[in-house]
Design a protein around this ligand. Structure first.
Ligand code: BG6
Length: 480
């Protein structure tokens, strides 16, 4: 990866980063490897410290935390580890336990780092803790007086329903103003999701057809092969709808469905996202399929009577001038046949059928624009072409763009890396706003209040069979 100076990227002000939940899964898989990658790329501040924290029960010494960080970079980081770079990075890492009512060690560690770097240093608190622990972490920041010149990154899911999200927003606002609050959704940091903005608004080709006159349906499909992977406590509390739909898939929908923003600055961009959410109708429970993979009830830590969904598919609508009547189909689940992250825009069929055998082309005559937004990402346009030969017959054809084949990936940042960098710079454009997230919980309320029973699906499948009825008369683009 090119270093910041070579690529002309902005370098953040000096920072002390405090990682709450620093011994947990997210810190191990994404946050620590991401910070190391930013450091390797020369995108970290000139002076920085990373303080890991967790309640005393999970406490580590600084040496133990450095070893944990090293293991996480080795297992989940990208590329090789240069020992000199690692030593420089590791020297900036320390650990201090903290919980509400026991803040002294963390306060002292921040004071120490501040005295080393300088009093003007910014604080970035990353709250990688589950929803139930969130409020007390915010209180802790207030009690420990760690709120001045500070920003706070809030992990998802942001609340578990409208009431809890409002309560979290209230707690946050008693210590921070909105410009200091960064509600994270790492899908919004993915190159290929941001590329939807480029595709739509940097080209004259697509935007004129990006509406109900030309589009017959939209799918956002995120099947995952992985199981809950030991996250029973989290999944029993959260389920796939809260974990993936409210958090990630609705945000992707916002990017796909938004009106052109007047600029890419945070306010206009987020205003347009929020307008999409405001135009969405409350979820119709009759248009939702909840599933649970076979064997979920045998996972350690899962209640034998659990109704937590490991799969969800639903139809929703954006009730505005651009999209009225166009169904948006969303699907995600664990233990499915493939791991993919795909947006499909299905276009209307031509009005006339003038080609012999036209009906026979898999019965699916609409063109499709398929955006694969899993890193590194690709875009394919599916259309029909004349099959070579004496007869006028049609075959399926494709125009393809692949990030990997088209651009150097040297500047490519993964979702978390991009967003942590943006939080340090203070750019909120790719973070969710309180009104947006509250609106999403509001439209979700009918489903949260009266969820349909879960249907059992086979591991390695595409979910319960009823998902095909949900999209009928259309078809899921996946499996290809
Ligand atoms: C997380 C969810 O936010 O996103 C996980 O909690 C999910 O359940 C993950 O597997 C998928 O994200 P990605 O982009 O890292 O594959």
């Amino acid at each position: 990866m090119a270093r910041a100076a070579e690529s002309g990227l902005q370098r953040p002000d000096d920072h002390i980063i405090v990682l709450f939940g620093s011994t947990g899964d997210l810190a191990k898989r994404k946050l620590i490897p991401g910070l190391f990658r930013l450091a390797k790329a020369g995108l970290m501040p000139r002076q920085f410290r990373i303080i890991g924290t967790a309640p005393p029960f999970f406490a580590k010494t600084t040496d133990e935390f450095r070893a944990f960080a090293r293991a996480s970079v080795e297992t989940f980081g990208q590329g090789t580890i240069d020992e000199k770079e690692w030593e420089d990075f590791a020297a900036k890492i320390s650990f201090a336990p903290a919980e509400l009512g026991d803040e002294d060690a963390l306060r002292a560690e921040v004071a120490r780092a501040r005295s080393e770097i300088g009093t003007g240093v910014r604080l970035l608190h990353h709250l990688a803790v589950p929803p139930h622990a969130f409020g007390s972490m915010v209180e802790l920041l207030g009690v420990a007086e760690l709120v001045n010149n500070a920003r706070v990154v809030c992990e998802k899911p942001f609340g578990t329903d409208l009431h809890s999200a409002q309560e979290l927003n209230r707690q946050l606002r008693s210590h921070f103003d909105e410009s200091q609050i960064f509600r994270i959704d790492h899908f919004l940091g993915k190159e290929s999701v941001d590329n939807v903005l480029a595709l739509r608004f940097a080209n004259g080709l697509f935007e004129p057809i990006w509406n109900r006159d030309n589009v017959s349906y939209i799918q956002i499909d995120v099947p995952e092969k992985i199981s809950i992977e030991g996250r029973a406590a989290f999944f029993e509390e959260t389920g796939a709808f809260r974990d993936m739909v409210v958090t990630h898939l609705f945000q992707v929908l916002g990017v796909v469905a938004m009106e052109p923003p007047v600029s890419l600055d945070a306010k206009p961009l987020r205003d347009e996202m929020v307008k999409v959410f405001e135009s969405m109708n409350p979820i119709d429970v009759g248009q939702v399929v909840r599933g649970q993979y076979e064997g979920y009830l045998d996972e350690p830590g899962v209640s034998p009577y659990s109704q937590a969904e490991t799969f969800v598919a639903l139809q929703c609508e954006v009730d505005n001038w651009r999209w009225k009547g166009v169904p948006f189909f969303l699907r995600t689940g664990k233990c499915m046949a493939e791991s993919r992250q795909v947006i499909t825009i299905g276009f209307r069929e031509p009005v006339m059928r003038i080609f012999p055998g036209d009906m026979g082309v898999r019965g699916r005559r609409g063109n499709k624009l398929v955006i694969d937004f899993a890193d590194p990402g690709s875009i394919d346009l599916h259309f029909f072409a004349k099959l070579p030969g004496p007869q006028m017959r049609l075959g399926n054809a494709q125009m393809s763009f692949s990030y990997e084949d088209s651009f150097s990936s040297s500047h490519n940042l993964q979702g978390y890396e991009q967003l942590i960098l943006n939080a340090m710079i203070g750019n909120q454009a790719l973070f969710t706003r309180s009104d947006g997230i509250e609106r999403l919980w509001e439209i979700s309320q009918p489903l949260l209040s009266a969820p349909p029973p879960v249907e059992i699906y086979e591991r390695g499948s595409w979910g319960p069979e009823t998902v095909d009825e949900l999209v009928s008369p259309f078809h899921w683009f996946l499996p290809e």
